[in-house]
Design a protein around this ligand. Sequence first.
Ligand code: URA
Length: 440
Amino acid sequence: MSPSEKHAPSPVELLVTKRDGKRHRPGDITRLVESFMSKELADYQMSAWLMAAFHHPLTSAETQELTLAMLHSGTVLEHKGLKLPAVDKHSTGGVGDKISIALAPLVAATGVPVPMISGRGLGHTGGTLDKLEAIPGFSVVQSEPQFCAQVRKLGVAMIGQTERLAPADRRIYALRDVTGTVESIPLIVASILSKKLAEGIDALVLDVKVGRGAFMKTLSDARRLARALETTARGAGKRVTSLITRMDAPLGLTIGNALETREAIEILHGKGPSDVRQLTLRLAREMLLLAGASSTVAAADKQVLRALSDGRALELFAKMVRAQGGDVRVVTDPKRLPRVKSPLVVNATCSGTVADIDAMVLGRASVALGAGRWRAEDKVDPRAGIELAVQIGDRVEKGDPLAWLHASKRVLCDPLVETVRGGFVIGSGKVKRQSLVVGS
Ligand code: URA
């Protein structure tokens, strides 16, 4: 018997190990999570360990063990009878990021299965579930067997985390949220991947956002997060690719749930803003390559563009909406999505070229309009948000609209007019739009 097998450390010994900045022995983190889930380890003890792990970041091996322990705290789905590997995409969150809504059916329309489990918006960033729920009747709640059956039948399903998928993440995240321990790369990695791996995917494309509207403000932090996510996902036997994409300005021309869903539907109609279209196509390419559905970039792009232009992606989106109880008429007539009668315009006070748009300012303003939530229990208004009239590089004349504020009551909009106007920088001369993908 090795010395390490002789004595399993007590919960307090585990906390002391990390408090003192030492490494855990293999197996210790698994025991920690198991004893937390069985309530042998109290919330306050787990909180103490999280703070210790915040100050003494987990090693790659420890992150791997935490991810797997959280993953196996619940059910891990298995998709049987699929012809190609199942692939998902995860974005670390941004403002106006509605990419998943068009991406999932687009990729599935090429034959690559996409079992997608998403989250809700929190803080200034939106969430796919809130956007999908803007479609009248659309349900993001399914049992695991229903979810797997829909993936088998249609190739795509988009739902929320169930009680049984990675329950340790739900409980641990609730503690991190109130103990100031969210912003730790190893803890973020374990949280994201435990949920994503529970979907039963074979491969994962990561969209790691960087910039003032993102979790990661600097390229070096975004790279560190991307590398840590990749290492851990590979260690769990998954194929993985990551893109690092700019999140300084909002993506596209809409922020807010129904507004963003409308824009995503436009993409499926072959329209929509070019930045949203480009990122959707780029991520779709990566997903096809990872699934082995295409062997070259050119072939992947061709397959994706064909599924978009011949209407298969739109048709599949309609099938998914119907299967999940939504009003399928929104697919051909997005005006049926909930909307505000008289949005309030925000005009430019000078002429020039839009040099910058602050995603953080607009993201926060859209939460104040009712589109998002500061606390998990807040309700969102599907109609609320901000519609942009311009993007970076566009010319505006004094008095032209910069944006429209959408809210249930005018009184919510009035105090935000100056704030939103302040989010736009109008300069002179030409401004070049920067490329969205800044690294991989
Ligand atoms: N998103 C998650 O799912 N978990 C984190 O810890 C941070 C962002």
